[in-house]
Structure formats: C-alpha cells, structure tokens
Write a protein that binds this ligand. Sequence first.
Ligand code: RFL
Ligand code: PHB
Length: 389
Amino acid sequence: MKTQVAIIGGGPSGLLLSQLLNKAGVATVVLERSSRAHVEGRIRAGVLETGTVQMLHEAGVGDRLDREGIRHGGCYLTDDDLMVRINFKELTGKQVVVYGQTEVTADLYNAQDAIGATVLHDVSDVVINDADSDAPYVEFTKDGVRQRFDCSYVAGCDGFHGVSRTTIPEEKRRAFERVYPFGWLGVLSRTPPANHELIYANSGNGFALASMRNENLSRYYVQVPLTDKVEDWSDDRFWDKLKQCLPYDISSSMVTGPSIEKSIAPLRSFVSEPLRWGRLFLVGDAAHIVPPTGAKGLNLAVSDVFYLYQGLIDVLQKGDASGIDAYSERALARIWKAMRFSWQMTTMLHQFEGEDSFAAQMRKATLAQLSQSETARRELAENYIGLPY
Ligand code: RFL
Ligand code: PHB
C-alpha cells in the first residue's frame, strides 16, 4: 500500500496533522497503537492558547470549541492565603480557552471520519524503515497480519514512549532532560469548580491546582511523592490535602464529591534534538515533554504541527523543501521558551523533597514580587497565553 505521509500515533498531534494535510489534498494514514475509546478517554490537558484555537479552526474543528469552551481572561497564583490574579486580558489583550483534550481529540476523530481519512487503531509493532533514504516505509501488524505502507514522509506523533524518536540513531540525536522528584495526583469530580478561574497554589503543604472542565466538572491536582500509588489516596485523603494547599477563602466554600477519575503523572522536562532525521519528523510529546504546570504540552504539539504541515504540503505539491528544511530549527526555538516557562512555573510553585529553608523563601519572594509588579505579571501572562508562532 502507498500513502504520502505516514503518521505514527493518533493523539492530538497526529490527528491534527492528518486533518490539515487531508484538507489540502495530501494522502495520509494514521497508525495508532490503542483503541479509539482508549485515546478518547485519556484525561489530560485542559487549557488552550489562542494559537491552538486558531489552528483547530483552520482544521475545521472549531465550532464546538467556540460553543462549549470556557474563555478565561485570567488565573490565580496563590501563596498560602495570598491570591495574585494574573489578568491575561488586560496585560496581553488575549485569553485562553478551557476545553479538555478529550474533547479536542473527539472533535478531531469526528472530523477525520467526515472526510474519510484513514486512521488504523490497535496496530502493533510499528517499524519505520529507511527514513534516511528517498523511499521510507512503515510496517505494522493489524488483526494478526503484517502490513506495509510506502510513503514520502513519516511524522512521528507517537508520544514520549513511541518508536519514532528511537528510530533516529543515537549518535544523530541529543537529549536534554530534567526529572522532578514528584508527580501530580489528578482527580476529576462532578462538582462545581472551586473558583471561576484556575488557581495554581504554592503552600506550606505543597502545590495544588484547581482547574475545571465545565460548571459541574472539576479537575484538581496535588503534588505527591513519586513513590505514591493511586491506591494510597482515598477521596477523603485527597480532598483533605487539596484543602490544605488552597487559600482558606477557597477551601472553606469548596464543594467535594466522589472522584470519577484518579491518576498520577510524573513530571519531566525533556527535549530531543533535532526534530528531523531524513524523511522522519518528530512532533509533540515524541520530541519533548514539559511538566504540566505551565499548561504547555498540548499547545506545543499544536505549534509543532503549525511549523510542519505547510512545509509538507509545499514539498509534496510544489517541490519546495524550504518549509520542511526549516522545521526543526523553527519549532525548537519556540519549544525551548516553553520549556523555560514550564520549568520556572514548576520551580516557583512546588516543594522539593529535602530542599533547604532558602528555597521556600525564594518561592514566597517570587509570588510577593508577582503580587506587586505589573511587569512581573505581564511576563508571566505573555508566556501563559502562548508565545507567538
Ligand atoms: P500523545 O497524546 O501522547 O499521543 C501519542 C499517541 O501515539 C500512540 N502511540 C503509538 N502508536 C503507534 N505505535 C506506537 N509505537 C505508539 N506509541 C504510542 C499513543 O497511544 C497515543 O495515542 O502525544 P501528542 O499527540 O504529541 O499530544 C501531546 C499531549 O497529549 C500532551 O502534551 C498533553 O496532554 C500535556 N498536558 C497538557 N498540555 C497542555 O497544553 N495543557 C494542559 O493543561 C496540560 N495538562 C498534560 C496536562 C499532560 C498530563 N499528563 C497526564 C502527562 C495534564 C496532565 C496530567
Ligand atoms: C487541567 O485542567 O487538566 C490542567 C490545567 C492547567 C494545567 C494543567 C492541567 O497547567
């Protein structure tokens, strides 16, 4: 079988790339290891930058997002009972949209169905061959049968644990990594959000985040040691911990209820350079991971797609390779700035096990400076709402 672009991974980056390429008349096939229900059910990101919203519109999947997404003109950073509002709208003229990654994924799958794109689920043992030649091909097993697609280009959109990055020979890539000594325990509950805007909380009891999906669906996180298991955290224990981290005004009036999802995610900063090897391009989490504290992971995956998709169309339809040649450098320039922001937000808001007393004072001083300086708030707002493409 033949296609123009073989896309490994049917998460948000693979689906968005496939949608944009198909709309422009480029043939693609998406190879996804899991079932559609599994991909659609994964609860992850919640905050979309303006650029992400524009890209989803460009892909023709912006309607439900416009109707159901919640526009947020600001968020709060807190330090015990001190609440600092970052007014995105006033400081940058822009807002973010709270709309779950599950919804983005569902919208993209529906759009792919509507245009008859090829998305193969439950494929195993994907192998990318001859990516450094003019004739790459991918092999995989589906329903017990080994199959092959010849293609012009391969997009590695298969996340941090995929096969694409490690297809690049070790001597041709370089990794930069920071692993944080804690994870986030996340809970979804059918309760009204604790606050009308997100709260990122620093406290003597550690970090917490109060987020939401809609007016009766809340998403909360607290920092936990990496050794903790979900089973260690009853709902009651979770709510107690969360309340200890949030300002009293918020925790005293917060509505709690049974959790409908609970999971622990480790925190990591990671970049693999370059993003290209021959005819293979790395996109999204396959190339980089950020700690979720800056809400940048999904948004970075979308900006990678922005830098790549037009380049692929140009080379396939006009023979102009300048876009794909510039992809790695252009995408990395933006990635590193988001890396810095996510690392800084993480450092500013979390307790590090074994830290000295100085570290806690630095967090407090940073938050005090934010509360007093519009310049400091503007810098944070510019990064949070998303740097320009
Ligand atoms: P994904 O979503 O990991 O999708 C990769 C897909 O590839 C498939 N796959 C394979 N398929 C075929 N063969 C193989 N060998 C394969 N190996 C893997 C997988 O099954 C999967 O379907 O990567 P993608 O598309 O690059 O998207 C990245 C985003 O999902 C990720 O960056 C965000 O979820 C990160 N993130 C957040 N990002 C934001 O922008 N804003 C947020 O508010 C935000 N919050 C979060 C987050 C991530 C979190 N966790 C759980 C890590 C909150 C959390 C808790
Ligand atoms: C979420 O709602 O899941 C969420 C929001 C903001 C973040 C991370 C996660 O920074």
